[in-house]
Design a protein around this ligand. Structure first.
Ligand code: SF4
Length: 381
C-alpha cells in the first residue's frame, strides 16, 4: 500500500531487503560496541550458528517471505571470518531459498585479514555481487590505535583480490581518530580511489562507553580530547567531499559516496522505508502495515510505532539521502503531524536544509550536524 502522494513510501510489503547477521570476529576492535564476539575461526559454534541461519532462511522461504527481495546484505561481525566452507554453505542454502539472480544486489562484508582468492571466486559463483571491505584507514599507526586485526598492506591486497571477480567494491574509512592527521586521512581516501573502488563510506569515530577506547580517552592516553576529535571529523568529512567529487564520486547518503550506478541499493532500502527482514543474532526486522498503521521492529516487537511516529521517522530517514524528501510529502505529513512544515522552515532558517525544485534537501551543514537536523524532526512525534 502507498501513502497517497508520498514519494518515498511505496510497495511496502512484502520484504524487499534481507539482512543476515554473522556475529563473529577474529578479535575485538578497541572502539567496537557492536554485537560481535572474538572466536577462533575453527570453533564449532560457527558451524552450529550457520546451521541455524540456514534453518531460519528455509523457514522464511516456506512462509513465502523471500519472493520479492531486491537486496541481500550479509553483515557482522566479520562474515569472512567464518571461512570459505561456512560461507559457501550459507550462500548455497540461501540460493535454494530465493531467486538469487545477478539482478539481486547481494553484499557481503569483508575484513582484509580473512579474504582469500578462493573465497572471492566462490562468493562470486554463489551469487554475491558486491563486497564491502572494512578498511578504516591505510595508515598502520591509526589501525593499531583502533586495534584492527589487519594492516594497510592486507587492506590493499584484499581490494586487489576482490577485483579478481568484482567491480562493485566498497570500502569503509573512518575519520576523527586519535593520532590521525588530515594528511593521513586524505592519503587513505586517495589510496582507495587509486585502487579503483566504486563506493566509499566514511564514518566519524563514535566513542562508546564500555569500550577499551573509551577507557583510554578517559585516562587521557591521547593528545586529543573527544571534542577535538569531533571537530577534526567534521573537517575531514568536508575534505572528503571536496576530494571525492573531483574523482567522479557523488554523495547520495549522509555517509556514502559512489561512482554513478554503484550506490548501495540495500542502504537506500533502509532510508526509503522499505520493509526488511533480519535473520541472525542481532538482526532487526522492519515491517509495515498501513491498514493497521503500525511498524514493528524485530520479530519480538521491540518497537511499535504509531502512524505519526513512523511518518516522522520516514521524514528523518529521507533526509539522510542527498535527494531529501519532497515538499509534497512534507505537506501531507504536516496534515497528520502538525508542526512538520514549521520544523522545515526552522531548519532552513538555521541553514541545515534547503528547498530545491520542490524538495527539502540537507545542506552541507545539515550533513555535518546530522544529529541536530534529525533530532528536530524526531521531536515532532
Ligand atoms: S571487525 Fe567490526 S564487528 Fe568486529 S570487532 Fe571490529 S568493529 Fe567490531
Amino acid at each position: 500500500m502507498k501513502i497517497p502522494g508520498g514519494d518515498i513510501l511505496e510497495d511496502q510489503y512484502p520484504y524487499k531487503a534481507l539482512y543476515l547477521h554473522i556475529p563473529f570476529c577474529k578479535s575485538k576492535c578497541l572502539y567496537c560496541d557492536f554485537n560481535s564476539e572474538a572466536i577462533s575461526s575453527n570453533d564449532e559454534a560457527i558451524e552450529r550458528y550457520v546451521d541455524d541461519l540456514i534453518l531460519q532462511i528455509r523457514a522464511a522461504s516456506r512462509a513465502d517471505l523471500l519472493g520479492s527481495l531486491d537486496t541481500v546484505y550479509i553483515g557482522g561481525g566479520t562474515p569472512t571470518h567464518i571461512g570459505n566452507k561456512e560461507l559457501s554453505r550459507l550462500l548455497y542454502g540461501l540460493s535454494l531459498s530465493m531467486h538469487l539472480t545477478p539482478e539481486v544486489e547481494c553484499t557481503l562484508e569483508v575484513n582484509p585479514e580473512s579474504l582469500t582468492e578462493a573465497m572471492v571466486k566462490d562468493l562470486f559463483a554463489l551469487g554475491v555481487t558486491r563486497l564491502s571491505i572494512g578498511v578504516q584507514s591505510f595508515d598502520d599507526e591509526v589501525l593499531k590505535t583502533l586495534g584492527r586485526a589487519h594492516d594497510a598492506a592486507q587492506a590493499k591486497r584484499a581490494i586487489e583480490l576482490a577485483q579478481i571477480r568484482f567491480t562493485n567494491i566498497s570500502v569503509d574509512l573512518m575519520c576523527g581518530l586519535p593520532g590521525q592527521t588530515k594528511e593521513s586521512f586524505i592519503a587513505s581516501l586517495k589510496t582507495a580511489v587509486d585502487l579503483g573502488v566504486t563506493h566509499i563510506s566514511i564514518y566519524p569515530l563514535s566513542i562508546e562507553e564500555g569500550t577499551p577506547l573509551h577507557g583510554l580517552m578517559e585516562r587521557q592516553a591521547f593528545a586529543e580530547t573527544e571534542d577535538d576529535l569531533g571537530e577534526y571529523a567534521a573537517e575531514m568529512m568536508l575534505l572528503a567531499q571536496e576530494y571525492l567529487e573531483t574523482q567522479g564520486f557523488h554523495r547520495y547518503e549522509v555517509a556514502s559516496y559512489a561512482k554513478p550506478g554503484f550506490e548501495c541499493r540495500h542502504n537506500k532500502a533502509y532510508w526509503t522505508g522499505k520493509p526488511y527482514l533480519g535473520i541472525g543474532r542481532a538482526a532487526v526486522t522492519m515491517k509495515q502495515n498501513y491498514d493497521e498503521r503500525i511498524r514493528m521492529m524485530d520479530s519480538q516487537v521491540q518497537e511499535e510505532l504509531s502512524r505519526p511516529e513512523y511518518l516522522v521517522e520516514d521524514l528523518m530517514l529521507g533526509m539522510r539521502m542527498s535527494r531529501g524528501v519532497s515538499v509534497k510529502f512534507a505537506v501531507q505529513v504536516d496534515e497528520e503531524v502538525p508542526g512538520a512544515l514549521d520544523a522545515f522552515k526552522e531548519l532552513i532558517d538555521s541553514g541545515y536544509v534547503k528547498e530545491v525544485d520542490g524538495r527539502f534537501e540537507p545542506t552541507e551543514k545539515g550533513w555535518l550536524w546530522g544529529n541536530a537536523l534529525y533530532g528536530r524532526l524526531l521531536e515532532l512525534a
